[in-house]
Write a protein that binds this ligand. Structure first.
Ligand code: UT7
Length: 337
């Protein structure tokens, strides 16, 4: 899907907030579960530590609730002001109802429509794209896009090839009609379902409902063929970031920030190289949070928010299960007081 936008109403991100659980799990801590070393994990992925939600009674919605509550507080908004909540998640609280509905209820967003969006690690970009279309069309004016994942609910602590990669966390943005000349300028989304064989959670859906067999086979955990996914991700994410820059005549000097999905530092570096950007223009926090799936990009925006200036060109890019991947060019619309 491509869209070179020239709408009459432009959509803009007008606020961001995020939340990660306080409990830090270092690579060294993981050696209690898997045969690994801090050096191996850091060299292969760039990860030093991640956050785990320790309270078993909490779920992805609770991560999302913290992010949205913080966003509303920052904006001085009531939950009743929200028109639509899109929750992008690979780890919904339940298969249904939607985690967005659970978040709405927990925060009291009684006027909001809500639904979930499933596009694995590209989910936040897909959700932001949907929010943009609704705001541009006039259908909804105040859309909250939440990326929330309790990845520890599907991490297989017996699989050393995946257990170290993921962390828990959530981020949320508010998308509204732009009140200046800045906002979401171009969107490039791609998917290829033949990639479904390499990154998936086999059990728990209608194909393999929970049974003794699916539990015994550990089918309710995430499975990844890392090398194959890496090969597609390293070219896919770099390609879309380069393509969106090229088709909008954006040169490296024009770009203030690359905001990449945080799956592997080597994939981030390859994307930065293709875009011709220096390290100083790339948001990287994978060392502290690992891969929070739908949370990575809004968590980055939240951490760098105070450095962003109106008019800054940001290139967002992601690659994930499906396969799904994409890039968004936006011009940051506000300065942080
Ligand atoms: O966000 C969604 C999209 N996901 C991604 O983009 C992730 C893409 N994949 C990756 O990032 C990388 O494939 C990993 C970081 C997951 C793995 O790195 P790799 O360089 O592809 O390693 P590998 O899986 O090929 O494993 C290399 C070796 C193997 O040993 P042999 O067969 O060479 O003897 C593994 O058994 O490293 C071994 N190994 C480990 N050793 C220590 C695998 N996991 C570990 C471990 N600690 N945790």
């Amino acid at each position: 899907m491509t869209s070179n936008l020239s709408p009459t109403v432009m959509a803009a991100i007008t606020g961001v907030h995020a939340w990660v659980p306080p409990h830090v799990v270092t690579n060294q801590d993981l050696t209690r579960y898997i045969d690994t070393t801090d050096e191996w994990i850091y060299t292969r992925s760039g990860i030093r530590e991640r956050r785990w939600l320790q309270d078993d009674s909490l779920a992805s919605s609770d991560l999302g609730v913290e992010a949205v509550k913080g966003l509303l507080a920052k904006k001085g908004m009531s939950p009743l002001d929200i028109d639509l909540i899109i929750c992008c998640t690979a780890t919904p609280d339940m298969l249904f109802p939607a985690t967005a509905n659970i978040i709405s209820d927990k925060i009291g967003a009684h006027n909001a429509v809500g639904y979930d969006l499933s596009a694995a690690c590209s989910g936040f970009l897909y959700g932001l794209s949907t929010a943009t279309a609704f705001v541009e069309s006039g259908r909804f004016r105040r859309v909250v896009v939440v990326g929330a994942d309790k990845m520890t609910s599907i991490i297989n602590l017996e699989d050393r090839a995946t257990a170290f990669l993921f962390g828990d966390g959530a981020g949320a943005v508010l998308v509204e009609p732009s009140v200046n000349e800045f906002g979401i300028r171009d969107i490039l989304l791609k998917s290829d379902g033949s990639g479904r064989h390499y990154l998936y959670q086999k059990g728990g859906g209608s194909l393999r409902p929970a049974s003794h067999e699916t539990v015994d086979n550990r089918e309710h955990f995430l499975h990844q063929e890392g090398k194959t996914v890496f090969k597609f991700a390293v070219t896919g994410m770099a390609d879309v970031a380069a393509e969106i820059m090229e088709r909008n005549q954006l040169k490296p000097d024009d770009v203030a920030w690359l905001v990449p999905h945080q799956a592997n530092k080597r994939i981030i570096d390859a994307t930065r190289d293709r875009a011709g950007l220096p390290e100083s223009k790339v948001m990287v926090n994978i060392d502290r949070y690992g891969n929070t799936t739908n949370g990575t990009i809004p968590i980055c925006l939240w951490e760098w928010e105070s450095q962003l200036k109106p008019g800054d060109n940001l290139i967002l890019a992601a690659f994930g299960g499906g396969f799904t991947w994409g890039s968004i060019w936006l011009q940051w619309a506000y300065s942080t007081p």
